[in-house]
Design a protein around this ligand. Structure first.
Ligand code: PMP
Length: 395
């Protein structure tokens, strides 16, 4: 115990940030996750949510969750493999399969668990996983748990991906895995290019639509549908923790693959299934995403307005074209200090530092919801301009 304590005592980064009064994590919210939230008794504007549809406080979804809790109770007390499958889970799987346009769907208790359990199970010792250097941590962990050979390609770079594909034994399985919208910098994967290369080299493709669903495609079906390549993508992953306003995740693919995964994917088998409330909430959110396209339209209007605003004030925003807008600061301490100063000004944003991004790519992650008003975005732009100027990030 002493050895462990003395080893961990050397990890002083959080203490340094706390001592400087800029520690930016675990800020407790005491209200709904609406465009306006309450922190320490004060109302602040929320520009750090991943619920792009803004459905997280929708009364219809809350009611569906309460109804499911009344009928099924608060938990499932077991794995889907044994006593944890409800008819409600089956209904959600069936409706997502229809929505995404795949033969079958499996529901996991988190999106992290989907990537961990799918990526690690599908490829064996002689096979290959090809992954984008900016893929989400859950894909990287799945790759680490797999016994296959790991080939990283440069971010969204098809020349680099092709070079890696050329290294593979043509007779072995090759699985290319990418985020559809990259979670920290908001740029969109070249899914068309990936699908073309996959065809050329007989590889399989898995796309993580965590940040694509609810934002892109008809009815919010995601980037693969937006670019018309969903049929060519073998596995589409999604999470309920963002646009679906719930918790959990899914993989949509062919029956042969789900049949294998249902019996081999360890983060599916050895954990309890999602609660009745989360299941019902996801079902209702999916229904609303399809019946209220005006949400998506509003989200895009706000996104384009904010993108123009940040460009005009001279912020460096990388290659984003989505509701995830990275505001590059390129300095850890300044990123923390700006996060604190913006909160004081009534604006909640997320600081993103290494290892979520490379150390020199430190940024403030600004994200939009369909339920924000234009006035709220204007206020945020003004406050960000003021604070960024004060820290010398823009003129
Ligand atoms: N994939 C991506 C791209 C993500 O951004 C996240 C969550 N940040 C996940 C997977 C994990 O999803 P969940 O929150 O449902 O575990």
């Amino acid at each position: 115990m002493k050895l462990l304590q003395s080893k961990l005592a050397q990890y002083i980064e959080p203490q340094k940030a706390k001592a400087a009064g800029v520690y930016p994590y675990f800020r407790a919210i005491s209200s709904e996750q609406d465009p306006e939230v309450t922190i320490d008794g004060r109302k602040v504007l929320m520009f750090g949510s991943n619920c792009y549809t803004g459905l997280v406080n929708d009364p219809r979804i809350k009611e569906a969750a309460i109804e499911a809790t009344r009928k099924y109770g608060t938990g499932c007390a077991g794995s889907p493999f044994l006593n944890g499958t409800l008819d409600l889970h089956k209904e959600l799987e069936h409706k997502i399969a229809e929505y995404i346009g795949k033969e079958d769907v499996m529901i996991y208790s988190t999106g992290f668990g989907v990537n961990l359990g799918v990526v690690s199970a599908l490829t064996g010792r002689e096979d290959y996983i090809l992954w984008d250097e900016q893929d989400h941590a859950s894909i990287i962990e799945g790759r680490r748990l797999s016994f296959s050979q790991s080939l990283k390609y440069k971010h969204n770079d098809m020349v680099s991906l092709e070079k890696q594909l050329q290294k593979c034994d043509p007779d072995k399985v090759k699985l290319i895995v990418t985020d559809s919208v990259f979670s920290m910098e908001g740029d969109v994967a070249d899914v068309k290019g990936i699908v073309e290369l996959a065809k050329k080299y007989d590889a399989s493709v898995m796309v993580d639509e965590a940040h694509g669903i609810g934002v892109f495609g008809p009815g919010g079906r995601g980037v693969c549908h937006h670019f018309g390549v969903a049929d060519d993508v073998d596995l589409i992953m999604g999470t309920f923790s963002k646009s679906f306003a719930s918790l959990g995740g899914f993989i949509a693919t062919d029956k042969e693959i789900t049949n294998f995964l249902r019996h081999h994917s360890r983060s599916y088998i050895f954990t309890a299934s999602i609660t009745p409330a989360s299941t019902a909430a996801a079902l209702k959110a999916m229904e609303i995403m399809q019946s209220e396209p005006e949400r998506q339209e509003n989200l895009w209007e706000l996104t384009n307005y904010a993108l123009d605003g940040f460009r005009n004030m001279g912020c460096e925003i990388g290659h984003t074209s989505t509701p995830i807008i990275p505001l590059f600061v390129r300095d850890n301490f300044k990123t923390f200090a700006i996060t604190r100063d913006l909160l004081e000004e009534g604006i909640f944003v997320n600081p993103v530092v290494s290892p979520a991004v490379a150390p020199h790519d430190t940024l403030i992650r600004f994200s939009l919801m369909a339920t924000h008003s234009k006035d709220q975005v204007t206020t945020a732009l003004e406050k960000i301009q003021k604070v960024f100027r004060a820290h010398g990030i823009i003129k």
